[in-house]
Design a protein around this ligand. Sequence first.
Ligand code: GDP
Ligand code: ZN
Length: 307
Amino acid sequence: MIQGTVIKAAGNLYSVRSENGIISDCHIKGNLRVKGIRSTNPVTIGDKVTYILNNKIGTILKIEDRRNYIVRRASNLSKLYHIIASNIDQAILIITITQPETNTDFIDRYLVAAESFRIPAILVFNKIDLCLGEFQKKYDDLLAIYTKIGYLCIATSIKDNLNLDLFEGLLKNKISVINGNSGVGKSSLIKSVCPELNIKIGSISEYHHKGVHTTSYSEMYEINPNSYIIDTPGIRGFGLIDFYKEELYHYFPEIFKISSECKFYNCTHIHEPGCMVIEALRNNIIAASRYFSYMNIFNDKGQKYRY
Ligand code: GDP
Ligand code: ZN
């Protein structure tokens, strides 16, 4: 019996990398049972599995419990889920203050999604060379907001060759998902770490509109021995949040922290008397942009909450 990690899933065929680096094609044992949520796919990339080899073809016998996973609904009305990836170490959001501007609503939705999936999130402010004058101030403000909440933030510039080694260090020995709006520099950053990697990173944020790959195909890319990135649009945080509306504040760490002091245990932090979150907002302890994101998501009719 061999232990390994699923690095590619294409239909019912999986590529599994053993601990000593040998990659084998594997099928799943017919009656394999998986604990947990009901999903359309029993095995996903990132899964730690036990398998046997027979004429170089593997059979997966067992899947370890997942540390975390990203899911989306199999279809809009379905109660079934598709598990996009599991055992992810970190979700890295690439942000630019300008060209293009990444707005705080987008950032906060992403962070909420990461929190709800229990994946540590990191913010990378790229194109810092363009942050002069008013843009510098905007960067300083956002940096202060997100650092105070506890998110790791780094500033990078491809143009000035700033902190690219730091970015590379972040990825080392980790499985990361990397996202960000089109044009923020995802491809450039990944190329700086791994020039030979031949994937179109732009696809991370764009191809989900076409919905072709996402159902049955996913892959982890090795950028360094033991460092992987996952090409998935699944954590963008748009319409992908899957929890009860009343739980939303759990995924704003600074709001959650204060919420225990609210007068009512079921406070939504929108209108209740004795709400300490609103009090903290008034005192600038909670950033206005964060609170507005909270309200926006809370009131978003298009948001698909659990039902
Ligand atoms: P992606 O769509 O997120 O993959 O973005 P790309 O990596 O394709 O980058 C979009 C554009 O921004 C390209 O023209 C890059 O050369 C440019 N770019 C990337 N990083 C930086 C940076 O740090 N500073 C500046 N000034 N331009 C950058
Ligand atoms: Zn409250």
